[in-house]
Write a new protein. Structure first.
Length: 158
């Protein structure tokens, strides 16, 4: 199953030169290489609510040339492949950033969007069922296993 994972902003987010977001997916503590991504911002500005801020599976650098005549939205994700999903799998999205250093504001600002061929899910991080491990300043591990399993269940139902 191919899944695209993207971060969207729920309310205006201010970015500065040299802000970054790095994302990677761990399946049972093993890195899924194709999930590694990095978004580097070499601009000052505001990301408007409802716009894509980052996504897995590609590296992008945004500067003033990228903004020429348009409202900012990051490049879409490059879908990652989950070959086999076991109900016991521990799947985490690890985020490293210098935009948010603690989870309090992060959960208010960000929403995850999962896309597969059969279904899409939009998950605000401030939902009570979203588990976030604050590993250090600017490093978060978001438990996405239940959402990936839900997409997989939709794929195999007729």
């Amino acid at each position: 199953m191919k899944v695209g994972i993207e971060l969207y902003v729920q309310r205006a987010v201010y970015i500065m030169d040299n802000n970054f977001l790095r994302l990677k997916v761990l399946n049972n503590s093993k890195l899924i290489e194709e999930s590694c991504s990095e978004d580097i911002f070499e601009i000052f500005g505001t990301i408007l609510p409802g716009k894509r801020l980052a996504a897995v599976g590609r590296k992008s650098k945004y500067d003033s040339n990228y903004l020429m005549g348009r409202i900012f939205e990051a490049h879409p994700s490059s879908p990652i492949n989950f070959l086999f999903i076991d109900p016991e799998d521990d799947i985490k999205l690890v985020m490293e950033t210098n935009i948010w250093l603690d989870p309090g504001i992060l959960v208010q600002d960000v929403m995850l969007r999962f896309n597969s061929d059969k279904r899409s899910l939009e998950i605000p991080l401030n939902r009570p069922d979203v588990k976030i491990d604050w590993r250090s300043r600017g490093t978060f591990a978001i438990d996405i296993g239940d959402f990936i399993k839900e997409l997989n269940a939709a794929r195999i139902t007729v």
